[in-house]
Design a protein around this ligand. Sequence first.
Ligand code: ADP
Ligand code: MG
Length: 270
Amino acid sequence: MARMNGNGADEWEGGGSLPPAAASVALDRVGKTYSADGDPVRALDDVSFSVADGEFVCLVGPSGCGKTTLFRIVAGLTEATDGRVLLDGTEVTGPTTDMGVVFQEYHLFPWLTVAENVGFGLERSDRSPDERERRVDEMLGLVGLTEFRDAYPKSLSGGMKQRVAIARALAVDPDLLLMDEPFGAVDAQTREMLQRELLDVWASTGKTVLFVTHDVAEAVTLADRIVVMAADPGRVREVVDVDVGRPRERGDAAFAEYVGRVRELIGAGP
Ligand code: ADP
Ligand code: MG
């Protein structure tokens, strides 16, 4: 089904939390050819898959297989050469507030406080200052940063910065959360903590998530389904259903089995 809160602004006036808003995503034969010094580079070829309303899908594949290119095309930041991306049936033609985007680098504004960073996307909305502040506080609570609301990014750890980036992406109540290797720059322990937190946020907000990673164990920890890509040209090798309940334990036999299977798919020849 389509979005559950067609007009978020109305519901915000009542305060409190919002009903889940989620969207489906469909990639329809997406292709991308870059031109590198005049020579064509086929980065993506005939990529089709979909993400259902409220589903958590991970995209994995070797370095250079076109994950970031695909992420940017879905986000409306890069134009596809072929095919199209549909968000709830509507073609994506540019960046939209229907998507919350989180990059590997935190992209926080160093001159703004944590609260100001989280509220940045709300500045252009027609919400009153009170509503905006309430929303920012709600998001800070969601990612456990309430007591850091007046801190500046430079005083935060990498994990905290990425929590700010996630809170900022969620603040505008997007239908889709789109993430490109968001935990790539933090240590292993923090990374596992952020993964658990992200799953909690996903469970409580009901968002659709498309999450790019080259870390197979991360994909098996998070995803309902894993889209495994191959390189040269970037394409879908296989889509793997992760049929394991959550929370998932890395020590479990089923977990190891999925990791092995996905690694095998990635390592398989052309
Ligand atoms: P991944 O994120 O999986 O590592 P990318 O999407 O970054 O892969 O890159 C896919 C391919 O496209 C690579 O061969 C890369 O060199 C090429 N590529 C990416 N961005 C550009 C660009 N702006 N211009 C030319 N080639 C690019
Ligand atoms: Mg990349």
